[in-house]
Design a protein around this ligand. Structure first.
Ligand SMILES: Nc1ncnc2c1ncn2[C@@H]1O[C@H](COP(=O)(O)OP(=O)(O)OP(=O)(O)O)[C@@H](O)[C@H]1O
Ligand SMILES: [Mg+2]
Length: 456
């Protein structure tokens, strides 16, 4: 028996072939997909519709969220009838709570409970939210899964979280049940507004010099009226909000260079940072997670420039290690060339030079299989040292199996899984969060001490 790729008859191959594809052919394929999708949706298989977050049991709350003994937890609820009491499916069965109720209970324990215990996570007063970008130009390395799980872990831990989807694939947006009609409900208008404001001040200078101003088109005029808060939507998580994405956001990759050509002095990389700051968003949240597309385009550059902490997920495979090395190479040349461009002018004008700075940069091993990849992981650790986060996020069936309505481990009901599988999957993502949280707290503490020192 020959392998299947021998003795293929060219005439038979031709007989099976269809006509060459024109660009209209893509529309036909898209049409077929849309029909299939509607068919699936009509059978109740759509991932859309209103998402709801599951309930949390007393066991889970006391095990993972509010670290007290179950008996103590029950006593406190009994003694405080005003607190949420939970609901049970059967008479005398386990009590279940919404996450909103868990957050209220946590606030109560933080107020009344033992001061020796950490009920509320550390957040230095008066300092802005930390922005975390998850990026790698290699596709499918676990960017979105990592960002989504970190956002959920942080929310369960009691932080107030904003998630920004910069990927026009919109995976993060579907995970959080976001509804996005067009590019006007994505980050796009904030970028447009940033350019429009640049154009306005350029025009002022033109008028002062007696020149004609450059006209503002409809898009730019409209964008001037849009603020970050117009774009933020709430999600089925009480303490996670979203700025969503959809296909049209990709238009920004074509529009931004056109604007930049027209306005050479426009600092496009500052657009996201400036807008979030100006709209006070950094004071309303603890953490902002930015999911980026698998490309180093203008949207990613904006996300990376805005970020305080950069996480770069990758698997322990040769190809992913190699391409991640190239990604860092691209980051270097991209940001160094922006700095160089800015600083030539700054030096000429005798102004201070600019330099990008990140609080911390970590590569994170994802989808890890210790039985197959331990050696490569150890080698990567040896080369990357501290830059590689010490925790290896394990491959877990929980992610793929969680089902249509549920995204990932924290949304899944543990009763749907074998306890062992659940505990292992949860453990590895809890540890991913713990490694991230340690980084975050260190960074926040450094800022806090610097602030204190500056005040003295
Ligand atoms: N720890 C894990 N265990 C098992 N499967 C995982 C794990 N992390 C991610 N996956 C799966 O790997 C695939 C790619 O993950 P994900 O979508 O997060 O990658 P990505 O880098 O965001 O991709 P893209 O480049 O397309 O944005 C998904 O099918 C996801 O369910
Ligand atoms: Mg993704």
């Amino acid at each position: 028996m020959l392998p299947p790729y021998f003795n293929i008859d060219p005439d038979a191959a031709l007989a099976e072939l269809d006509a060459p594809v024109s660009s209209a052919g893509f529309a036909n394929i898209a049409g077929a997909c849309a029909q299939g999708r509607n068919d699936l949706a009509s059978r109740g298989l759509n991932a859309e519709g209103q998402k709801t977050l599951r309930l949390f049991s007393t066991w889970e709350i006391t095990r993972y969220l509010i670290p007290v003994a179950q008996a103590h937890f029950r006593r406190v609820l009994k003694a405080n009838p005003d607190l949420p009491q939970g609901t049970s499916e059967t008479e005398g069965g386990a009590k279940w709570f919404t996450l909103d109720e868990v957050l209220r209970l946590r606030a109560h324990f933080a107020q009344e409970g033992s001061k020796a215990k950490e009920y509320l996570p550390y957040r230095p007063a008066g300092l802005p939210a930390k922005m975390v970008a998850v990026a790698n130009f290699k596709g499918g390395v676990g960017k979105t899964s990592t960002a989504a799980h970190l956002a959920m872990s942080a929310a369960l831990d009691g932080y107030k979280v904003l998630v920004i989807d910069l990927d026009s694939q919109g995976s993060m947006t579907s995970i959080f049940g976001g509804k996005v009609e067009d590019e006007w409900q994505t980050m796009f208008p904030l970028l447009a507004r940033h350019y429009a404001e640049h154009l306005q001040s350029d025009n002022q200078r033109r008028v002062d010099r007696g020149e004609a101003p450059v006209p503002m088109d409809d898009t730019l005029t409209e964008a001037l009226g849009v603020g970050t808060r117009d774009l933020i939507q709430s999600t089925h998580w009480p303490n996670i909000d979203l700025i969503g994405a959809q296909l049209n956001l990709y238009w920004a990759e074509f529009q931004i260079p056109v604007w930049r050509m027209a306005g050479r002095g426009w600092k496009l990389w500052d657009a996201l940072t400036d807008r979030l700051e100006a709209d006070g968003v950094l004071d309303s949240y603890d953490l902002i997670f930015i999911d980026t597309p698998p490309a180093l385009g203008y949207l990613t550059i904006n996300g990376l420039a805005a970020a305080d902490i950069l996480l770069v997920p990758l698997g322990a495979s040769f190809l992913e290690f190699d391409s991640t090395g190239r990604f860092f190479d691209m980051l270097h040349s991209t940001f160094a060339s922006i700095e160089e461009g800015e600083n030539i002018a700054a030096r000429a004008l005798g102004r201070p030079e600019m330099a990008f700075e990140w609080d911390a940069v970590r590569a994170v091993l994802t989808r890890h299989d210790e039985s197959q990849q331990a050696e490569l992981a150890a080698l990567m650790q040896a080369y990357l040292g501290k830059t590689l986060s010490p925790h290896r996020q394990g491959f877990t069936a929980l992610i793929g199996q969680a089902g249509e309505q549920v995204s990932g481990i924290y949304e899944a009901d543990y009763r749907d899984f074998n306890r062992e599988t659940y505990a292992r999957g949860r453990e590895t993502f809890d540890a991913t969060y713990a490694a991230f949280k340690k980084l975050l707290l260190g960074v926040w503490r450094r800022d806090e001490l610097a602030q204190r020192e500056a005040a003295e």
